[in-house]
Design a protein around this ligand. Structure first.
Ligand SMILES: [Zn+2]
Ligand SMILES: [Zn+2]
Length: 120
């Protein structure tokens, strides 16, 4: 049986005549692989930055590099989005929900504090 090659990115089976050097099924996957490689390099750079921040006690830099939700290293500093500060969408959602819960809590206590005769 002939060896079948799969796209490195999406796992699609490459055509039978694909050579060993052909790693991707198309330009989209090749571009994706290129982006992945760039991210890997960025993570390496951020890791070095984090080590430096720890060594020099650079709190501001540390805060930028660590996720405020789980405390893990976040790649937000290397993200295209300037406001990104969480390590993942999951942590962003968690922070969002936490904020909302706090807001609701404040809202509830304010309601309690307001003396009204219209109690339900
Ligand atoms: Zn592919
Ligand atoms: Zn996180």
């Amino acid at each position: 049986m002939a060896r079948r090659w799969h796209c490195y990115v999406c796992g699609a089976v490459l055509p039978k005549n694909a050579t060993r050097r052909r790693l991707y099924c198309g330009p989209a996957c090749r571009a994706q692989a290129y982006r992945d490689r760039q991210i890997t390099e960025r993570i390496g750079a951020l890791g070095r930055l984090l080590l430096k921040a720890v060594a020099t006690d650079n709190d501001r830099l540390l805060r930028r590099l660590l996720c405020p939700v789980c405390g893990r290293m976040t790649y937000a500093a290397g993200s295209r989005r300037r406001d990104a500060k969480y390590c993942s969408a999951r942590c962003r959602d968690r922070a969002y929900r936490r904020r909302r819960r706090q807001y609701r809590h404040v809202e509830a206590s304010e309601k309690r504090a307001v003396p009204t005769g219209t109690t339900r």
